[in-house]
Design a protein around this ligand. Structure first.
Ligand code: ADP
Ligand code: MG
Length: 663
């Protein structure tokens, strides 16, 4: 029996009611319960009498004075003998304790000590305390004590079902605790050192599993061979010469990387990273071209319909003199048209299919899919990466991303991918002028925007929030919209995530057509939108964003030849942190800085980022563990040792419910 299959039950003291609460929180099995790691601990260790928060033991000296204020407020004050000193204690609104606080009584006080006043402002007073005891606190709505007792009971009752999935030689090599001891210690630590030791092992395991997936994914890719492409290079060169601009050196290099991939018997699995506006689309187009002239098929996936449509328009233009059949598949086409389109696709009468990730749904069948390009790859996790590659006949897969990934992260998290970078911008771009301003002084910016509009340009105003409650927030996108309407007498559009896709598209389209001059929006416009006539972007509450995300948003302007501007409005305290945005437009540098300042947690700014969601590890702080886990995982996979470890083998098989190289 697997412990992950055993439900919560009364034998461990879980009532149906508690079970319901826990189930709702995603804690279904005994395994889920015992791996519900404490989010923090209450530490009843007696501290020294030092400035700041303390927990101390003392003996009451003399009488307790009670003072009543207006508004039902009251205060007790008395003196206590603590560590050879007399300290004054004050505590508010505990009048009811007065009779128990008598001369010579020993008590425990937790609160804040101020040396200058020789006073503790107490938050709690305890008469009895498990001195030195460390109590776990769990993230759950269920009763803390019930959870803790149920976990302890499970650990005893189901001991024999708890398997250690990390091979023994690794435990001894890195002096890691076995899983069972580790669980005992993390739920019932006798000291904070216990917690640290347990965490070390659990973090290792978390990284180790993830790295196994990556290594497996990479090996799987390398061992699935495809027919190397034969490409008419003379024809490709001729096509490239028709492009109205000269490729940058970086673009050329990336094209070469991709062509090398296509000509090799290994299926490509490459991440192309390049700042907003660095020109990834043309690189994609040149890659698609090689496949299309062989009358084979390729597919270009975009995260949103707007972007898919934009790509469609672009490619129709780029390939206007070529005999290449391009189609767009979105959810808004009629059933009849869709059926017809899918039929042509399976007959091989379409060369390039463009769409949202609906294009990889099961009923979309290609005749000979050889290349898949996904724009803004960070929306795909490692498991999805695998699924993508199984579509078609081991197609080459290229991921485009405008969020440069710091080197440290790339090595640890995208080890299954080859990486190419476009670091330089096309010639002739003047960098976007950026200014950080104080929230309270928007007037000059509004005037500035007005001037830009008078010159025939357009503007974005980004408000991060859309508030659910009736709480009034000035920077809620709806309120901003109202405010902007009052200030300007041009056409203003409002866009947010709650609109339907076709509504969003319609607004976007009228912005691109300059029927709307100012677009007030939440971050739904973040990815890839191209309006060359937009010259200003104002981002409100900029401190809520990571630098990389701000950089992405800023990239909405400055896409043509018009001199462009970005205003970041923020609270006074945050202005310093944002100043780096004024200094640099290098997305690579900003991403490194972001990582340093904010950690990887919200690196890509949203949940569907494809960044693995780790329970315990911090990719930056725990980087050493990551390196070791990576080394060991790679060794096991590359030397074909996985089968020796039953649990790991099951795990990987389960994760990629296909097992081509395992069997
Ligand atoms: P992104 O990398 O953000 O997807 P795009 O591919 O949309 O960027 O390119 C942004 C703009 O730059 C497009 O209008 C494109 O035509 C133009 N562009 C791309 N490469 C070059 C180049 N080498 N020289 C001049 N303009 C270029
Ligand atoms: Mg793009």
């Amino acid at each position: 029996m697997f412990i992950s299959k055993i439900e919560l039950n009364s034998k461990i003291g879980i009532t149906p009611k508690t079970k319901e609460i826990l189930n709702q929180e995603g804690i279904i099995s005994i395994f889920d319960l015992i791996t519900l790691y404490p989010k923090r601990y209450l530490n009843f260790s007696i501290s020294e009498l030092t400035e700041g928060p303390v927990l101390v033991k003392g003996v009451i000296q003399g009488d307790v004075k009670a003072v009543r204020f207006r508004n039902n407020l009251n205060m007790l004050s008395f003196e206590c003998f603590i560590n050879d000193r007399i300290v004054k204690i004050v505590i508010f609104n505990r009048l009811f304790l007065k009779n128990r606080l008598v001369n010579n009584k020993t008590i425990y006080i937790s609160g804040k000590y101020e040396r200058k006043k020789e006073t503790i402002t107490a938050s709690d007073i305890y008469f009895k305390l498990d001195e030195g005891k460390i109590t776990p606190v769990y993230k759950s709505k269920a009763d803390q004590k019930v959870i803790h007792e149920a976990i302890t009971a499970s650990l005893l009752r189901y001991k024999d079902y708890i398997n250690d999935e990390v091979p023994e030689y690794l435990l001894s090599r890195y002096r890691l605790l076995d899983f069972y001891t580790c669980l005992m210690m993390i739920h019932n630590p006798s000291s904070l050192d216990d917690v640290k030791e347990a965490l070390r092992r659990l973090k290792f395991e978390e990284f180790f599993r993830f790295q196994l997936k990556l290594a497996y994914s990479r090996l799987d890719n390398e061992s699935t061979l495809k027919a190397p492409k034969i490409i008419d290079m003379a024809r490709v060169r001729k096509f490239i010469s028709t492009i109205p601009f000269e490729l940058t050196d970086d673009q050329k290099e990336v094209v070469n990387d991709i062509y090398r991939d296509m000509k090799s018997p290994k299926a490509a699995n490459r991440l192309v990273q390049g700042d907003v506006g660095s020109g990834k689309t043309i690189v994609a187009a040149i890659s698609l071209y090689a496949v299309a002239i062989n009358r084979c098929q390729s597919c270009l996936m975009a995260p949103t319909e707007i972007l898919a449509r934009q790509h469609y328009k672009n490619l129709m233009d780029i390939f206007k003199d070529e005999d290449i059949r391009i189609e767009l598949l979105t959810s808004s086409i009629s059933k009849v048209k869709r059926r017809e389109l899918l039929e042509r696709l399976s007959n091989g009468d379409i060369d390039i299919l463009i769409g949202t990730h609906a294009v990889i749904s099961d009923d979309v069948i290609f005749k000979n899919l050889e290349l898949v390009i996904t724009d803004e790859q960070h929306r795909f996790g490692v498991n999805q990466r695998q699924i993508l590659r199984k579509k078609g006949n081991n197609p080459d897969v290229i991921y485009l991303t405008a969020t440069p990934i710091p080197r440290t992260l790339a090595i640890g998290l995208f080890a299954d991918l080859d990486i190419s970078s476009i670091r330089t911008m096309p010639k002739g771009r003047s960098p976007i002028k950026t200014k950080v301003i104080n929230n309270e002084n928007l007037k000059p910016v509004f005037n500035f925007i007005n001037d830009e509009i008078k010159h025939g340009h357009q503007a974005y105003i980004i408000a991060p929030l859309i508030t659910e409650s009736d709480k009034i927030d000035l920077h809620d996108v709806n309120n901003v919209y109202e405010m902007v309407k009052e200030h300007f007498d041009c056409n203003i559009g409002l866009m947010h995530g709650k609109l339907k896709d076709n509504e969003k598209d319609a607004i976007m389209q009228s912005f691109v057509n300059n029927e709307i001059q100012i677009l007030v929006s939440t971050t739904v416009i973040e990815v890839g939108i191209d309006n060359k006539n937009a010259s200003v972007i104002l981002i409100l509450d900029a401190e809520r964003f990571g630098l990389s995300q701000l950089h992405q948003l800023r990239g909405r302007v400055g896409r043509g030849n018009i001199k462009s501007y970005c205003f970041l409005s923020s609270t006074y305290e945050e202005i310093e942190r944002l100043k780096i945005m004024e200094e640099t437009t290098d997305g690579f540098r900003l991403s490194e800085e972001d990582l340093r300042l904010r950690g990887p947690g919200d690196f890509f700014g949203n949940k569907q980022s494809g960044m693995p969601e780790f329970k315990l590890v911090d990719i930056v702080k725990d980087y050493k563990i990551l390196e070791v886990a990576k080394k060991e995982a790679t060794y096991i996979i590359n030397n074909n040792l996985l089968k020796k470890y039953k649990y790991l083998y099951e795990y990987i098989k389960n994760e990629f419910d296909n097992s081509s190289i395992l069997d």
